[in-house]
Design a protein around this ligand. Structure first.
Ligand SMILES: *Cc1c(COP(=O)(O)O)cnc(C)c1O
Length: 360
């Protein structure tokens, strides 16, 4: 076994996928399973692909679709609006892309024409989170008018993304605006929009029995974090029926000894240009683990053993206070952590972190 290591319990993941996607589908909403959070690792993508309740597979990076099983029949959805420089790859590898720039859409039309294809798009509308999306109402209608005139583009629908950047919580008033756009576009242009994509894991709270609900027009959600971490993300509430411990980070103790809690000498800058401050807790049992900032940001790691505490890290070292549990550990032992969204992204991206799977 190589460390550091991220271990994935595939049965817990299967349970989460089935539980949540059935819950969503019971409300006549289609589910896109988002794979970017684990860098589309093939072992995990396979579990998503095999799950019958997931309708679409989605990722933000075009190259991640190359990890998908070639036999997959689920439509592939590109979440990040395309770069002009990657349109050829998008047309070749993706069925539906989210878009917000008319120049990009025109270019997709051209490339699709050359490839003798029709590329499907969802037009993103910015309802206040201020990441991607057409912002001015007038512009939305101008866009639609031009898009429906393009022969190699099929306008599948409209969508919104919330919370990721501006931390705006989806509420009924915001999503009613999306529903209104749908109805107005359909009436004005005499077309029908098949999909209204109403956000990500932060829209789930509206489906609670005592919440306001989603407008009937919304018929797709794109779910990343909730599947893997078992939480809704508007308020960060765990979903009780789901597993929050699909992933375990494991790191090895490489030094274990008593040292003071205050460095000795004049304090300058640490390796990252910060001037650290320290609290004097006397002599502590300090352990160093073989994992560092190059792999993960320790702020969002939680040791499973509540008696131990992370005190800092550098590029390749994580320093942990073991004082309250010192007799239960020794050099070479493995320490386990719960992780949140940021670490999950980082750990799957780091080539130094071993990925292992249980219950394949
Ligand atoms: C990342 C992303 C998602 C998934 O978000 P979660 O909060 O992980 O559910 C959905 N849509 C878009 C456009 C995204 O970029």
């Amino acid at each position: 076994m190589a460390y550091p290591q991220i271990e994935v319990d595939l049965n817990k993941l299967r349970h989460n996928l089935t539980y949540l996607s059935e819950y969503i589908k019971d409300r006549d909403i289609k589910v896109a399973g988002v794979t970017k959070v684990f860098a589309a690792h093939p072992e995990l993508v396979k579990v998503y692909d095999e799950n019958e309740s997931i309708d679409y597979l989605a990722d933000s990076r075009v190259e991640n679709f190359s990890h998908y099983p070639s036999e997959s029949t689920k439509p592939k959805l590109l979440l990040r609006v395309p770069m002009l420089s990657e349109i050829e790859a998008v047309v070749e590898n993706v069925d539906i892309s989210l878009n917000s720039e008319i120049e990009t859409i025109r270019r997709i039309n051209q490339v699709a024409k050359e490839a003798n294809k029709v590329h499907e798009i969802i037009l993103m509308i910015d309802l206040g989170d201020l990441r991607e999306g057409v912002f001015e109402e007038e512009e939305v209608f101008e866009y639609v008018e031009e898009i429906i005139s393009l022969e190699h583009i099929s306008l599948k629908g409209i969508g919104v993304n919330l919370t990721c950047y501006g931390a705006i919580i989806p509420d009924r008033a915001i999503l009613d605006r999306l529903a209104k756009y749908k109805n107005e576009i359909e009436a004005k242009f005499d077309i029908s929009l098949e999909l209204v994509s109403g956000g990500n894991s932060s829209s789930l709270h509206l489906l609670d029995p005592d919440a306001e609900g989603l407008p009937d027009e919304i018929n797709m959600l794109r779910i990343g974090e909730a599947f893997v971490l078992g939480t809704e993300t508007a308020y960060g509430h765990p979903i009780p029926e789901m597993h929050s411990d699909v992933f375990t980070l494991k790191a090895e103790i490489i030094e274990y000894r008593d040292k003071p809690s205050l460095p000795i000498g004049n304090v300058g800058q640490d390796a990252f240009g910060n001037k650290p401050t320290f609290i004097d807790k006397g002599i502590m049992r300090r352990g160093i683990l073989g994992i560092g900032k190059q792999d993960v940001d320790f702020e969002n790691l939680t040791p499973r053993d509540e008696r131990i505490e992370i005190i800092g890290s550098s590029s390749d070292h994580l320093i942990v206070d073991f004082t309250q549990a010192q007799d239960d550990y020794k050099l070479g032992d493995i320490v386990e952590f719960d992780i949140s969204y940021g670490p999950l992204l980082n750990l799957f991206t780091s080539a130094y972190v071993e990925k292992t799977f249980v219950n394949k």
